[in-house]
Design a protein around this ligand. Structure first.
Ligand SMILES: Nc1ncnc2c1ncn2[C@@H]1O[C@H](COP(=O)(O)OP(=O)(O)O)[C@@H](O)[C@H]1O
Ligand SMILES: [Mg+2]
Length: 256
């Protein structure tokens, strides 16, 4: 991905809300500091774009300052706002996020990373894993006119199980953090949490053979996994109990 974007004299608008302190908007593009993991992330994003997946930015290479260049996802983002805007915890948003993740995992199940791909958190892809977003939280979503535009900030993308990605998203969107934390963010309907978790997992298709692998992914699993494991990969994770440890691990990664 040695593409270098042409220098165009356009105003840079600093984008609020990140931790890197470096995302700027230039026209319909976003420029962000790049890292050793960026080429692998761009390979994933280019694959998603080729598959006509619109819920993520298209990668446009690097600019003259070495920053990554991506298409801008239209819409409102939460930045550091507390409490969150009302759409964040609306039931319909929960459904849209679960659908986004279902569609994303479906496509990602057939993505085979380039050889030697470097991911920010390390790890190596092998059949049975996907390249997960790993940070599909409320901070990284764009929302436009009642619709989820998609998720940005793919810096933590890397090899993981689909249920790990799902658990992290459930943790953020149900939300599942301790009461005082979610209350400060504007969520106080605590009794609704089991129903919301159920709705989230149900919409994703948890336990209904998701994610289904495409032909290429199935072939890759068959080629390298022992027969018992291959069967399990094809079936996908389905026991709720398998999800809970992942939720717990995700919880430990969330800032208090
Ligand atoms: N592709 C994008 N489309 C639209 N907005 C973006 C995009 N990437 C980043 N942003 C904006 O920039 C802010 C910070 O970017 P982010 O990628 O989340 O940085 P960080 O890695 O520091 O969390 C976000 O809150 C969002 O408003
Ligand atoms: Mg972010």
């Amino acid at each position: 991905m040695a593409q270098v974007c042409q220098h165009v004299l356009m105003a840079e608008e600093r984008l609020e809300g990140g931790y890197l302190d470096g995302a700027v908007r230039v026209g319909d593009t976003v420029r962000r500091p790049a890292g050793p993991w960026t080429p692998a992330v761009h390979a994933l994003l280019a694959y998603l774009a080729d598959q006509s997946f619109t819920g993520a930015s298209r990668p446009l290479g690097f600019d003259e300052q070495g920053r990554e260049v991506l298409t801008f996802l239209k819409g409102e983002t939460i930045g550091h706002r507390k409490p969150r805007p009302a759409w964040v915890y609306a039931d319909d948003t929960l459904v849209q996020v679960a659908r986004w993740m279902r569609d994303y995992h479906q496509i990602a199940a057939d993505f085979v990373p380039p050889p030697g791909a470097v991911w920010r958190e390390g790890g190596t892809w092998s059949p049975g894993l996907i390249i997960a977003h790993n940070d599909a939280t409320t901070h990284n979503a764009a929302w436009h006119q009642g619709k989820l535009t998609g998720f940005f900030d793919w810096d933590f993308a890397g090899p993981a199980t689909p249920e790990w990605d799902l658990a992290l998203a459930a943790f953020a969107w149900v939300p599942l953090h301790v009461r005082y934390v979610v209350a400060a963010e504007g969520f106080t309907d605590f009794v609704a949490r089991p129903r919301r978790l159920d709705r989230f997992l149900g919409t994703y298709g948890w336990g209904r053979r998701y994610p289904r692998r495409g032909r290429r992914g199935r072939r890759a699993v068959r080629a390298t996994a022992p027969p018992g494991r291959a069967r399990r990969h094809r079936r996908g994770p389905r026991r709720p109990g398998e999800l809970l440890p992942a939720v717990a691990r995700s919880a430990s990664r969330m800032p208090a």
